[in-house]
Design a binder for this molecule. Sequence first.
Ligand code: ZN
Ligand code: MN
Ligand code: MN
Length: 279
Amino acid sequence: MQIGAHVSISGSVANAVNNAIERKCNAFQIFTRSPRSWHAKELEQGEVNEFKDRLSSSDIDRHATTAHMPYLPNLSSPDKEGYDKSIKAMVKEVQRCNVLGIPFLVTHLGSHRGTGEEKGIERLVDALNKVAETKADVTILLENTAGQKNSVGSEFKQWAEIFSKCKQKNRFGVCFDTCHAFAAGYDLRKKQDVQKTLKEFDELIGFENLKILHLNDSKGMLNENRDRHEHIGLGQIGEEGMSEIISIMNKKKIPMILETPIDDKRDDFGNIEKVKSLA
Ligand code: ZN
Ligand code: MN
Ligand code: MN
């Protein structure tokens, strides 16, 4: 099983590796810089070397590590200035991943801000294809959305349409978020629900394109379009569904990353334990 969590880079990006090891992870996700700002502090050679050294001397396979795009860029934005800025920020992020030897970069699909799905998808696909021109050993992973207002890519069919319009096939893959899929109306509660939902995913997108799974339970109900993650097994998806998802991902050898809350009920340590007990 390849299981990990989103870990902090506070202090130095190299600390992410220690944070992952401490949590008994053999996979992890990071933001390569603060996710709430447009500005990215340059990576220093020292911390890059340290990151790579710690990673290669650990039990974590580099191919089970991923970065996640910061929150501000919107690749579907109708605002020209914001759109160009978003593309620039993503190119930068691809380059940072390349320097760190992180093979994947997960991205959200953005908001069309009321200008319609068709135009939003057009801008999104143009942006993605532009970013993919950046020479780097990094695969861009399109993450499915919960279906909030003005978002695209919550329905598998539309997610597949976006993916199919990405030109350089070797530069793209997908990241499946279980909470987002459930929020978008794909049932994952019973064993059979999981199998049905993942079969639909396989038919439209294909497991061969699934590089990372975001393993999150859901605070919101089925089809409620709420992007609210819950501790594993304690949400609306529950233990039966989670356990079936875990078993299928293990068979397919897909790394699972937790993006679960840290609160009085549980932290990352507890959720990792829980996943292991459900496996
Ligand atoms: Zn995400
Ligand atoms: Mn996610
Ligand atoms: Mn989310």
